[in-house]
Design a protein around this ligand. Structure first.
Ligand code: 13P
Length: 254
């Protein structure tokens, strides 16, 4: 049985008071018995406080980024050990905004992935193509390259402790969602790419879809056989909407 996960990436939004209120509402409304892992990823500065709020609840904590280095003179960076220290279980690596706006290369993302694993964090590796890449028929080439870069640094066996999120860049924050068929096609490709190295690992790794997921479109996306949940941006900032997305994950798939 693959784990099914809905993770909320808050990005750089909200205040301390809003974070507290949002987490209170999510905790109050999340039915931990539904078999879905619910994760929230607030900005760094709110992690510690949110971690305290989540103690003893079914909701888990993730960060939005991590430094590839273990420690040292890296002004402004946050290490995997620090994230563990404040109670994170998950961390996003290679989000398209990090790749596009902060110049993170495939190689840098691969190092972050390894750093997260080394400290016992579950990396959520984000992959996805630009609109121009999709339109020129290069979607699989791009995603294959992003995956291969990680598997060149971390053995395929490490994917047993990881999650992959397919986030087409053209669908992020745009209101344009990949159709369930487009998402399924890419998810099947990702699983196949991993299966070429290890079929057992490929069958077990949770693959999330992200990009304009809302309560209204989540169920049809999550119904696809290789879609094991979602990575949610804007809609994760509204507790009711986020909880509805969590509730849209169907009964466990094989
Ligand atoms: P939206 O759900 O706002 O499109 O963002 C998706 C995303 O980037 C999650 O990481």
């Amino acid at each position: 049985m693959r784990r099914q996960i809905v993770a909320g990436n808050w990005k750089m939004h909200g205040s301390r008071a809003e974070a507290t209120q949002l987490v209170d509402s999510i905790v109050a409304g999340f039915n931990g018995g539904s078999g879905v892992d619910c994760v929230v990823c607030p900005p760094f500065v709110y992690l510690h406080e949110v971690s305290r709020q989540l103690r003893g609840t079914a909701v888990q904590l993730g960060a939005q980024d991590v430094c590839a280095e273990a420690q040292g003179a890296f002004t402004g960076e946050v290490s995997a050990a620090m994230l563990r220290d404040v109670g994170c279980q998950y961390v996003l690596v290679g989000h398209s905004e990090r790749r596009a706006l902060y110049g993170e290369s495939d190689a840098a993302v691969a190092r972050k992935f390894a750093a997260a694993l080394a400290r016992g964090l579950t990396p959520i590796l984000c992959v996805g193509e630009l609109l121009a890449e999709r339109e020129s028929g290069r979607t699989f080439e791009i995603i294959g390259r992003q995956l291969d870069a990680v598997m060149a640094v971390s053995d395929v066996s490490t994917l047993a402790r990881a999650v992959i999120a397919y986030e087409p860049v053209w669908a992020i924050g745009t209101g344009l969602t990949a159709s369930p068929e487009q998402a399924q096609d890419v998810h099947a490709f990702v699983r196949g790419r991993i299966a070429a190295r290890d079929a057992t690992i490929a069958a077990a790794v949770p693959l999330l879809y992200g990009g304009s997921v809302k309560a209204g479109n989540a169920a049809e996306l999550f119904a696809k056989p290789d879609v094991d949940g979602g990575l949610i941006g804007g809609a994760s900032l509204k507790a009711e909407e986020f909880l509805a997305i969590c509730a849209a994950v169907p009964a466990r798939k094989s």
